[in-house]
Unconditional design. Structure first.
Length: 698
């Protein structure tokens, strides 16, 4: 035993030394990276590192350096009075106003330490005319005339601006108008800067001015850093133009902003690959399109159209500023399905070659082969068209779900033990070592034995309840009510730490009784908990009992009562809509119930229910292709929760309704295969006769 502890101590020391060495090397690496970043930053014109948009916030006081205060004094001497202070994550701005000339002044300090002064006015037609002493490029648009001259003094700038505006009638600026005008002018100037890609020559020119001269690696790093920043800010500017021009509402934009993709001509092939490619099939399509000479927007569109199983996307809008860009979002409409076309052709050297291309049609395949320089191409094999529904509805997937749902308790226990190896593995190894060595027991061995006993108790009282509860749910959903009852009794005996609330166990017991036909006993059992529940909680539990009993009329009646007790509750409205559309034919009422629901506000499981009810409504109206699309999305939402037996039962029911739609569409073979896999899981439940009748009549 002593030898073993010495070995363990040696391993700990080695690990500690390894960790210390790793930290030392990591520190050196971080220091080098930070040095490269600092050197690269010095090579970049700070204008390119500004944000595409700013949002000024009123500040009570700006913490400024002496230089900033001194500059403000120069404005005060010219008659400008302080109007307000603003700050942003990157700038601080002090606004001033000259009452006699109706000219505004903006003293801006950047985080980089640079500062500048701009004088501007706004005429009655909302045109802004400005003169500044920064080095930015001049700009002239219909609403903005901005002149910059770093050598110009504040006095000269004021005189120059007065000459430009002449006798034009000018607006009086208040705090709100100043902020709006400054943000819009800033955005217009940044748009001009962002309209073209940062040139590498600019960095090389600045590098030649430094001593010692930066390395080629630092120059390249600086340019890469600048380009990545430019792309990010360009995307911000494009989305800002879209929001302003489309006047899209805030709710819709919140739903789209995380999924919209901005595509423009300056995207590198790596950028396009990162947006679309997720697997080996996608990599093959991407390589194929790149070899054909596509780039930018064309490359994105060609890859998107040919991906075998990618989420379909559609054009949301096209924006022209700061440069031409196209916005794409996921769409509910299926695109033409791409597939593999096997060909035989002649290459430029006259050799016969064979291969395969991913295309949406035979014509598309022929066109791609021409771009590759191949002649006299013949398509040897074309893909067989699919049914148009998602792979989540495959009978093989349904069969796998059914197999998992019938997993034995012993296998579940083994999986639970493996996932909690840290509890039992250490004492098992220590005891095994002691037994193998045959050494006399000492105080350390007795500690190991105590540890092993503690680990065993932990497994019994911590792991066993989880396994039992999972088995209870699995037994109940598969109709093995006696097994479910046995698990429930064991749970009550082992759950000493109160991990499972008594109300939850009581609900499960009531469902077991109801599923066995003892509805009155189930209701009476649930009423024992009535004093601890409000009306809504009581009615929700009662609805679950009627659902387990297969009494659909009472289920709907109880759900109506729950919704009446909590009007406007989206969860109760969704539950009632599912019941109405599951058992039909109240599809119009179900649609009215889900009409006010915003899918973006729902959890993943609730969103699956929302897609399910939309699919049920479409199926009830015999819009089967639309129904299959909704069923597919519902299953996709709950894929990650397959380990829960209730979710597996839910997936089986969705697949059953999908089989009905497939059968009605004429895809009888697939419908039968799907139904054969899921029906055994569903027929054990009371009230399933309606579903069987619906499938038979499809």
């Amino acid at each position: 035993m002593t030898l073993f502890l010495q070995i363990v101590l040696a391993v700990v020391i080695v690990l500690a030394l390894a960790l210390a060495g790793t930290l030392w090397f990591a520190k050196r690496w971080l220091r080098r990276v930070a040095g490269d970043y600092a050197a690269a930053t010095e090579l970049v014109d700070q204008r390119w590192l500004r944000p595409a948009r700013i949002l000024l916030q009123r500040a009570s006081e700006i913490e400024s350096e002496g230089d900033l205060d001194q500059r403000w004094q120069s404005l005060a001497k010219l008659g400008f009075r302080r109007l307000a202070d603003f700050d942003d994550a990157h700038f601080t701005v002090r606004a001033g106003w000259h009452e006699d000339y109706r000219i505004a002044a903006a003293l801006m300090a950047e985080c980089s330490g640079e500062s500048s002064i701009a004088l501007f006015s706004i005429d009655e037609d909302d045109k802004l005319t400005a003169v500044s002493n920064d080095s930015a490029t001049d700009i002239q648009t219909a609403r903005l005339l901005w002149t910059g001259d770093p050598s110009m003094t504040t006095e000269a700038a004021l005189e120059h601006l007065r000459e430009q505006i002449g006798s034009s009638p000018l607006r009086k600026l208040d705090v709100r108008l100043f902020r709006t005008a400054w943000e819009e002018a800033y955005a217009a100037r940044m748009d001009q800067l962002l309209s073209h890609k940062p040139p590498r020559e600019m960095i090389e020119r600045r590098a030649r001015e430094q001593e010692p001269a930066p390395s080629e690696e630092q120059i390249e790093h600086a340019h890469e850093m600048l380009v990545q920043h430019w792309k990010a800010e360009l995307e911000t500017a494009v989305l800002d133009h879209f929001r302003r021009s489309s006047q899209i509402d805030a709710v819709t934009w919140e739903r789209l902003e995380d999924v919209v993709q901005v595509v423009h001509g300056h995207l590198d092939s790596d950028d396009v690959e990162g947006l679309l490619v997720e697997d080996e099939a996608g990599e093959a399509v991407f390589a194929q399109c790149s070899a054909q000479g596509y780039s930018g927007i064309d490359l994105y569109e060609q890859v998107m159209q040919r991906l075998p199983a990618a989420p379909r996307r559609e054009r949301l809008a096209e924006v022209q500023h700061p440069l031409r860009a196209v916005l794409y979002v996921p769409t509910d409409e299926p695109d033409p399905e791409a597939g593999q076309y096997v060909y035989e052709a002649t290459d430029p050297d006259g050799r016969t070659v064979r291969g395969a291309v991913t295309a949406t049609s035979a014509g598309d395949a022929k066109g791609q082969l021409e771009k590759l320089g191949l002649e006299r191409s013949v398509l040897l094999l074309e893909p067989t068209p699919g049914s148009g529904s998602d792979h989540l509805l495959d009978p093989e997937t349904a069969a796998l779900a059914a197999k998992v749902s019938r997993e034995s308790m012993a296998r579940s226990l083994v999986r639970a033990l493996l996932s909690n190896w840290w509890i039992w593995a250490p004492p098992a190894l220590l005891l095994g070592w002691t037994i193998r060595e045959g050494l006399p027991l000492g105080w350390a061995d007795y500690l190991v034995i105590l540890y092993a006993i503690g680990a065993l108790l932990a497994l019994i009282f911590l792991v066993a309840p989880m396994v039992l509860y999972n088995e209870l749910l699995r037994a109940r959903t598969s109709g093995r009510l006696r097994t479910a009852g046995g698990c429930l009794r064991l749970l009550r005996a082992l759950d000493r730490f109160g991990n499972l609330p008594e109300s939850a166990l009581l609900m499960d017991e009531a469902k077991i009784l109801a599923a066995g036909g003892e509805v009155e006993g189930a209701v009476e059992l649930w009423q024992r908990n009535r004093a601890d529940l409000d009306d809504v909680e009581y009615l929700t539990g009662l609805a679950q009992i009627h659902d387990a009993a297969g009494d659909h009329e009472m289920l709907i009646k109880t759900q109506r009562a729950a919704l009446a007790a909590a009007p406007g509750n989206e969860t109760f409205a969704l539950d009632l809509a599912i019941s109405l559309s599951r058992f039909g034919p109240a599809y119009d009422e179900a649609e009215e119930l889900i009409q006010p629901i915003n899918p973006g506000d729902l959890s993943e499981l609730a969103l699956a229910g929302y897609q399910f009810v939309r699919g049920l409504i479409a199926s009830g109206r015999e819009l089967d292709e639309q129904a299959l699309a909704h069923f597919s999305r519902a299953i996709e939402q709950v894929e990650q929760f397959r380990g829960n037996p209730l979710v597996l039962s839910f997936i089986s029911e969705i697949n059953a309704f999908a089989a009905i739609s497939l059968k009605r569409m004429g895809d009888t073979q697939r419908a039968e295969a799907l139904w054969k896999e899921v029906w055994p899981m569903l027929k054990v439940h009371r009230g399933s006769e309606r579903l069987e009748s619906r499938y038979a009549g499809a």
